[in-house]
Ligand binder design. Structure first.
Ligand code: 0CM
Ligand code: SF4
Length: 335
């Protein structure tokens, strides 16, 4: 499946303001990925179908605005299944859940709808498969992140978490001939490769995952930021602090040569002093960020003389995931 078409780096739009020399580079792709789009629509359709309240375990996606907006419409976000009244509708977030969570929901007779991104589910399947073959699975990811809790929960006896290159020294395995690494979907590609290199020094027979675990959307947003960062005095990333892929974009921008980079949930968080002496501002957003928030940032920048916006395009994304079956609209011909 081709989810992204790599392009030659394309910069489009008007050039820097002749008068001020100020410009904005706007990364493309940015914002919603196919998994987030599906997860948010899943909650919206569940609300339409079942009426408020419906419950969501954890944040449906890691974005403050999305969560606040859905809360206002009657969605109740909970930490665990035991907070949900028996028999209610409960949606599992895009980040996935372990089998233990499915079981806990069944015990409470909850009507569950699974909004786990299919690309997270793919990593779950890999974990199950390699656990069945009795591999030691080294899961590269961030401790405490819901996605790694869900993936590790598929095979807790076979999975150990590796949280970055500095964690490698502590890793031990039962049989160095049967070791594979898997990863969280929303990591820095470069840092993950550094972790894998360290792991491979220690375990030369380490196997690679059957396909990339870091998803197309995470990779594409990092590639776009890398393309524009060397030209930027400042890169503003729109996204929430608990959004792994959004936080990674700040790190990637700095690593690729941006002079400064900040993560903001909303335009109002931009400190005008960040713009002092700046001529080129890069703007991007994480995979869980609605475009309206990016528009807010562009409007604010325009008020500060950054009205010229050039788009830096490194890929076209076309992937769309279908909704969970029970929420799909009937075909037009059906009654
Ligand atoms: O995993 P991360 O913290 O980046 O989640 P998010 O909700 O910000 O982005 C989408 C996803 C997934 C899985
Ligand atoms: Fe799926 Fe990737 Fe989006 Fe996460 S960031 S929801 S894994 S497409």
């Amino acid at each position: 499946m081709t989810s992204a078409v790599p392009l030659n780096l394309g910069i489009t739009g008007s050039g820097a303001s002749e008068a001020t020399g100020k410009r904005v580079l706007l990364a493309e792709p940015r914002g919603y990925c196919a998994g987030v789009d599906r997860a948010v629509e899943t909650v919206e359709r569940a609300l339409e179908k079942h009426g408020a309240p419906i419950y969501v375990r954890k944040e449906i996606v890691h974005n403050r605005h999305v969560v606040d907006t859905l809360s206002e419409r009657g969605v109740v976000f909970v930490d665990e299944t035991d907070e949900v009244p028996e028999g209610s509708v409960l949606v599992f977030s895009a980040h996935g859940v372990s089998p233990a969570v499915h079981e806990a929901a069944a015990v409470r007779s909850l009507h569950t709808i699974d909004a786990t991104c299919p690309l997270v589910t793919k990593v779950h399947q890999e974990a199950k498969r390699f656990a069945r073959d009795d591999f030691d699975i080294l899961l590269i990811g961030h401790e405490g992140h819901e996605e790694v809790e869900g993936t590790a929960g598929e095979a807790p006896d076979h999975v150990q978490l590796v949280d970055g290159p500095e964690s490698v020294d502590a890793v031990t395995v039962r049989d160095e001939n049967k070791v594979i690494w898997l990863s969280q979907t929303t990591l820095s590609v470069d840092e993950t490769m550094a972790t894998v290199a360290r792991l491979r020094e220690k375990f030369p027979k380490l196997q690679d995952p059957p396909s990339d675990d870091i998803c197309y959307a995470t990779q594409n947003r990092q590639v776009a930021v890398k393309a524009m960062a060397p030209e930027c005095d400042l890169v503003i990333v729109v996204g929430s602090r608990n959004s792994s892929n959004s936080v990674r974009l700040v790190e990637v921008a700095l690593g690729a040569g941006a002079t400064a980079s900040h993560l903001v949930d909303f335009a109002r968080e931009i400190d005008p002093t960040w713009l002092d002496g700046v001529r080129t501002v890069g703007v991007t957003s994480g995979a869980s960020v609605p475009e309206i928030l990016v528009r807010g940032v562009l409007d604010l920048l325009a008020e500060h003389d950054f009205a010229n916006v050039q788009t830096v395009t490194t890929a076209n994304e076309t992937l769309v995931f279908s909704l969970p079956r029970e929420l799909r609209k009937p075909a037009a011909t059906q009654r």
